[in-house]
Design a protein around this ligand. Structure first.
Ligand code: ADP
Ligand code: ADP
Length: 235
């Protein structure tokens, strides 16, 4: 089944003369991992932010799990989209311990989905176990390594069990060793829960190592969309 579909999506920022993303169409299957690869400024982050609902495109439409989330007369706010997000800089709350960071999003899912506290605790605990941080629930972010902080960010994104996880350069602030290890682990965690994922990266090795398909972006457009093998074979 198709988890995400974008159809001719165009987003232009007000001060800009050219669109940040231009007529982007894309389909993602359930469980599929896609890397968005391309140079700085080509529109990778804008594409993620548009899927997440932080930006509204002028043209085109987006469906998540066959439900329109923008265009076609609909605009769902981010908290009502079935999407988890992991940012480059972890964006953890420094004054909240691990389990409270992970629970935070579950408590703010939007008015239509208020969960009982016991269920919030269970979902948070399961997500923490899933990323290998059982036992760290009461630690604070400053007591964790960079890799552990990024695991917390992943647990927070996964806790509501979204069908799609968006990761914006999730490994770029980590040491090389941790990065190589964690990217394989994140791949297997997403595969394990059957979530689809979109990774932003400007590192071709990283894109080829973690993705089922790679979308190469340039100047707001997807120039090439292919498997890592097909991209490797390019002359
Ligand atoms: P990437 O993630 O590939 O580096 P971005 O999506 O951040 O690319 O940026 C795409 C283009 O949109 C760039 O030209 C950038 O300068 C511009 N842009 C990004 N965010 C904004 C913004 N908030 N306001 C105006 N222009 C922006
Ligand atoms: P336990 O501590 O009970 O072993 P786990 O972390 O293994 O808890 O999770 C229990 C079950 O829930 C496992 O089957 C796991 O794969 C699943 N699970 C945990 N988090 C998610 C998630 N975000 N999406 C889908 N399934 C999940």
């Amino acid at each position: 089944p198709t988890v995400l579909e974008l159809h001719n999506v165009t987003k232009q920022y007000q001060q800009q003369t050219v669109p940040a993303i231009n007529q982007v169409s894309l389909q993602l299957r359930q469980g599929e991992l896609l890397a968005l690869l391309g140079p700085s400024g080509c529109g990778k982050t804008t594409l993620l932010r548009t899927i997440a609902g932080f930006e509204n495109p002028e043209k085109g439409w987006i469906e998540l799990a066959k439900q329109p989330v923008c265009g076609q007369g609909t605009t769902l706010p981010p908290e009502r989209r079935d999407v988890g997000i992991v940012f480059q800089d972890y964006a953890l709350f420094p004054h909240l311990c691990v389990i409270d960071n992970v629970s935070f999003g579950l408590k703010h899912l939007g008015r239509h989905r208020r969960l009982p506290n016991a269920q919030i605790q269970t979902l948070a605990q399961e997500a923490i176990s899933l990323v290998g941080l059982a036992g760290f629930e009461r630690r604070y972010p400053h007591e964790l390594s960079g890799g552990q902080q990024q695991r917390v960010a992943l647990a927070r994104a996964l806790a509501p069990r979204p069908s799609l996880v968006l990761l914006d350069e999730p490994f770029s602030n980590l040491d090389v060793q941790v990065r190589l290890y964690l990217r394989q682990e994140v791949r297997s965690i997403l595969k394990g829960v059957g979530a689809s994922g979109i990774f932003v990266t400007h590192d071709q090795q990283e894109a080829l190592a973690i993705a089922d398909r790679v979308a190469v972006m340039r100047a707001g457009r997807i120039e090439q969309l292919a498997s890592p093998e097909e991209i490797y074979e390019q002359p």
